[in-house]
Design a protein around this ligand. Structure first.
Ligand code: HEC
Ligand code: HEC
Length: 263
């Protein structure tokens, strides 16, 4: 895992947009009670599966998608988010708080259950995100917020997608999307489909959203090497594999605007 993290760091360092994100050094977290909460928030975000077993229903961590603790451009960084929420979201057709946004990822991306809003764990995650956001003016998104969108007029080809997966992804994520664990049962490479992966309500289950993440960030350490078409092909192949359902997704986009890749 250490090697994998270094690879992400190197990919990010070689990319101009990533440098426009002001990322404070973890060593600069103050030795105060608030500093303790910031450190706890960082630990919860990078080791979510092991630390919050009652709230995580799969084998992922927040940082499986929000790379390097949410500090990488176009890997949905947390830098700046505390100055942007509450914010309107078309998926729920409501203005939602940052706590609600975090809990949406618990329920969908982690196929789990929400954290109580006033829990120490929720406040620790918020403290970490505030600390990360301190260098960004309130209300200003950073360059590299979310993912870099791909052209949604590209039609996916699942046969090509399967070949790309076998060639460029299976070595880490497994022939059956199951990921890989270490000898002591710890996490090494996260699953990309099956019962231990994100559910059908997750943003990552939409193939253009997944393609946007994959094109910039995967294969890990070689982000940017797939064409947009290849990213759409492999994302379609991966997202259409079996995964847990999220029945409440039928209530998404209540005011319309349902994207064409919504499940
Ligand atoms: C399976 C991948 C995945 C995992 C795991 C995941 N998320 Fe997300 N998250 C997403 C996607 C996709 C988005 C939407 C990105 C976009 O706006 O383009 C998102 C968005 C967010 C946002 C809003 C970012 C913004 O700029 O508006 C926050 C905050 C967030 N997630 C927090 C979390 C936290 C905290 C966890 C762990 C408890 C987590 N996520 C786990 C995929 C994931
Ligand atoms: C060198 C190993 C490696 C390769 C090759 C690789 N990945 Fe990943 N991938 C990772 C790791 C590690 C993470 C989680 C990042 C972290 O925890 O820091 C990840 C995260 C992901 C995620 C989000 C988390 C999840 O489990 O859903 C997706 C989706 C994904 N990879 C798809 C792909 C696709 C598609 C390819 C092939 C084009 C690919 N990866 C190639 C190592 C790899």
């Amino acid at each position: 895992m250490k090697a994998a993290l270094l690879a992400v760091g190197m990919a990010a360092a070689g990319n101009a947009s990533a440098q426009s994100l002001p990322v404070p050094d973890l060593a600069s977290i103050p030795a105060t009670p608030t500093g303790d909460a910031i450190r706890r928030g960082h630990a919860l975000i990078t080791d979510t599966h092991a630390q919050l077993p009652d709230h995580v229903g799969n084998d992922l961590n927040c940082s499986s998608c929000h790379l390097n603790g949410g500090t990488v451009a176009y890997a949905a960084p947390y830098v700046g988010v505390t100055g942007l929420f509450p914010e309107y979201r078309s998926r729920s057709a409501k203005v939602i708080s940052l706590q609600q946004r975090i809990n949406a990822c618990f329920q969908r991306s982690l196929n789990g259950t929400p954290l109580p809003w006033d829990s120490n764990e929720m406040n620790a995650m918020l403290a970490y995100m505030s600390w990360l956001s301190a260098g960004v003016p309130v209300g200003q998104p950073v360059a590299g917020r979310g993912f870099e969108p791909v052209d949604t007029s590209l039609e996916p080809d699942p046969v090509r997608g399967q070949a790309i997966y076998a060639d460029q992804c299976a070595s880490c994520h497994g022939a059956h999307g199951e990921g890989a664990t270490t000898a002591d049962g710890g996490y090494l490479y996260p699953p990309v489909w099956g019962e231990r992966s994100f559910n059908l309500g997750a943003g990552m289950a939409r193939h253009y959203t997944a393609a946007a993440f994959i094109r910039r960030n995967m294969p890990l350490g070689k982000g940017g090497t797939l064409s947009a078409q290849e990213a759409v092909d492999v994302a379609f192949y991966v997202t259409q594999q079996p995964r847990p359902d999220f029945p409440a997704r039928i209530h998404d986009w209540p005011a319309g605007g349902r994207p064409k890749d919504a499940r």
